[in-house]
Design a protein around this ligand. Sequence first.
Ligand SMILES: Cc1ncc(COP(=O)(O)O)c(C=O)c1O
Length: 460
Amino acid sequence: MLKGTKANVLDAIGGTPIVKLNVVTKDVESEIYVKLEYMNPGGSTKDRIGAYMLDQAVKEGKLKPGGTIIEGTSGNTGVGLAMWATVHNYKCIFVMADKQSKEKVDNLRAFGAKVIVCPTAVEPEDPRSYYSVSKRLSETIPNSFYVNQYDNLHNRNTHYTWTAPEMWEQTGGEFDTFMATVGTGGTITGCGMYFKEKDPTKKIVGVDCEGSIVKEFAETGKMGKAYSYVLEGVGEDFIPENYDFDKIDSWEMVGDKESFLMTRALLKKEGIYAGGSAGAAICGAIKYAKKLDKPEKILVLLHDSGNRYASKIYNDDWMSDNNYNDPSFNVMVSEALADLGKDKQTIFTLKDINTIGDAVKMMEEKGISQIPVYGHDSVVGMVQEKNLLRPVFNGDFALTDNISLAYSNKFKVIDSGELLSTVTEALLNKEVVLVTEDGKVINIMTDIDILQYISQKGSF
Ligand SMILES: Cc1ncc(COP(=O)(O)O)c(C=O)c1O
């Protein structure tokens, strides 16, 4: 075999990098590091559990040659199982809920697997639920093995024996807190078991989503009522056996919209192309970090790749059709100006050696009402028509007086690469906003620009 190569695709699973976040975390003092599990060959951390659970099933005699692998999956585990099944020559049947993205269904069918799609909005005990259908199929198809990632403890064992030791080795254990979104509970429990065994002071924080019952159950022992949400892979409407709540110290709760916007921000600001649960995990990590008294090093596992969500989270139409867009959150000033057709305006300026008369003349000639005044190489003031009339009329200023008598320094300079929300905040504080690019003023933004932007894009 050629040196430096892998015997098959399964040997390429694992060894994913850990990367520091630098931009989306700017409001917190803690450092947040992410384990990019989407760099596994099948695009998610579930490649690991797929291979591990099936290796164990063969060892334990539960899966025999020529057998059929059956699983209820939100897609990622299906890919992990299908990859293993392809290499080892087994058949697969996957049962999925109808809220899963089309990419996930197509992907599994492309592996040659049979995919059965079931309704999402039914109770787990309902005979149409994907849990019930998977179970029934495994009882009726001869020589079949129902993997059951929910209750098969080799799910959490995968992370206990593989993912967590890998992260420990990579970081030398030099982190304070480990966080992950929760579904089956395999990731958080398996990693929690390992990290606490290595160092009982390590904190383990689960991230659950609105609509799921897991956080409430963990905190109160009460079995609440689940309601539907859009995030895929996160949260449950029952408690799978993979959970060991003793290994989870605390919880954060996140919603669909903030998670999707963060998922987009991860790509736009950090270049990290991850799935919706990654956005959820980072929203959770930031909420956690904001509550800390002293900064920590937080390690967060990101489960899967953005590829699986091209038709949803990464599709602008889908985001706006579902009201997930929030221009104040994720749009740069330069983009907003381009959308408004105001990115190529000529901005007339004065120098601090000019006179009040020069300002009046420029306002008259160019039909403008406010002018930035430059000092040596930056803006030192704003002269506005509304602040000139009274003092000139009263004789307080002469037209020959220096402009510095008349300009105001109540303005804010905002770089065009900053978020539009910074402009909105300044305008709400009644500040004049000067947008600069490479230090040069390219626009003076006013309330009407934001109002126009909102009316173009729909509601915030
Ligand atoms: C995209 C995604 N994120 C998070 C999770 C949650 O991980 P776990 O099931 O190990 O709790 C899953 C699990 O299905 C997932 O597919």
